[in-house]
Design a protein around this ligand. Structure first.
Ligand code: A2P
Length: 327
């Protein structure tokens, strides 16, 4: 299998390489693309040196590439993903550019793998905060999901290297270059741009993508997305209202047994998911599972996942793995 990585020098791009090194996709050749700034840079993969190429209109022509993992921003994906698909490359795109396109499947492999096979050349990787909420909500689907309220606590790595630099420099007393306010000692209720209705684009992504992935186009969902001074791993509080009654211990068991979920829920021992513990892992950690007594059948849960791995690179590689035997 010949795999290309677009945005190979970025935070997610580097993690694509790490995850690909850990898993066996049967890669026979690797092509690395980034902007002109990085052309010529050498990157090591499994003991072999690869040279980063500048991405251009001809990058995918006659290169016999099977799969291209994109994480180089929405503009790059909008322009280059269709060019790659036209050359027969299966594009798995981490940007938000194609996620809501009706022709493009939006896939979390533990939740809706069957959608991936309906692709027409491009498959979208969902938003990082959305990904980690999908498996827990899938578990609750049998009780009828009536309404979802998300509150997120998102790490600076979600902004790429520049977010991490703002936090690290801020800790030395330097002003922010990327965020509109200092991130040190602050929580910024502002991720991506503001829309006319007062929500941010990140909040809209969580609403729209949840509906698309769960196949519930009219599901009432709302979100407040907050950037917090954490280097890596997003935390999300999920409040769910259900149609049917449930047994709390059964729900915990169902969460614990679901693929890709690790239940960490023992308040007597102060055990609950934490960003520090999730970093470097591929699972979604779930805890603080408790009834919401303000409604008839309500549930609160806390999820944490490595936003660069499960929230981006790992999820994309898991999508690629669905095709390993069929390509
Ligand atoms: P480069 O390092 O050459 O700028 P991050 O995760 O830090 O946001 O990284 C974004 C990735 O997208 C980097 O690999 C970056 O390459 C790449 N990138 C940004 N703009 C372009 C572009 N116009 N064409 C190709 N790659 C791009």
């Amino acid at each position: 299998m010949r795999v290309a990585i677009v945005g190979a020098t970025g935070l997610v791009g580097g993690t694509f390489l790490k995850v690909l090194e850990e898993r066996d996709l049967g890669i026979t050749d690797l092509l690395l693309f980034a902007s002109s700034r990085s052309a010529g840079k050498k990157i090591n993969f499994r003991g072999k040196e690869y040279t980063v190429e500048e991405l251009n209109e001809n990058s995918f022509k006659n290169r016999d590439i099977d799969i291209a993992l994109f994480s180089a921003g929405g503009g790059t994906s909008l322009k280059y993903a269709p060019l790659a698909a036209k050359e027969g490359v299966l594009v798995i795109d981490n940007s938000s550019a194609w996620r809501m396109d009706k022709e493009v499947p939006l896939v979390v492999p533990e939740v809706n793998p069957e959608e991936a096979f309906k692709h027409k050349g491009i498959i979208a990787n969902p938003n990082c905060s959305t990904i980690q909420c999908m498996a827990p909500l899938k578990v609750l689907e049998k009780y009828g999901i009536k309404r979802v309220v998300y509150s997120t606590y998102q790490a600076v790595s979600g902004t790429g290297y520049k977010g991490v630099i703002d936090l690290e420099e801020g800790l030395k007393g330097n002003p922010p270059k990327t965020y509109p306010h200092q991130i040190v000692n602050n929580c910024l209720p502002h991720i991506d741009v503001f829309l006319e209705d007062g929500y941010t684009k990140e909040e809209k992504k969580m609403v729209d993508e949840t509906r698309k992935i769960l196949g519930l186009p009219n599901l009432p969902v709302t979100a407040t997305c907050v950037r917090v001074p954490v280097i890596n791993s997003h935390s999300v509080s999920i409040n769910v209202e259900l149609e049917k009654d449930f047994d709390l211990e059964t729900v915990k068991k169902e969460l614990a047994e679901y693929k890709g979920i690790v239940l960490l829920d023992d308040s007597n021992k102060n055990i609950y998911p934490l960003a520090n513990d999730a970093t470097g892992k591929d699972e979604v950690f779930v805890g603080r599972v408790r009834r919401d007594n303000s409604v008839k059948y309500g549930l609160n849960l806390w999820t944490v996942a490595d936003n660069i791995r499960k929230g981006a690179a790992t999820n994309a590689v898991q999508i690629a793995e669905l095709f390993c035997k069929n390509i």
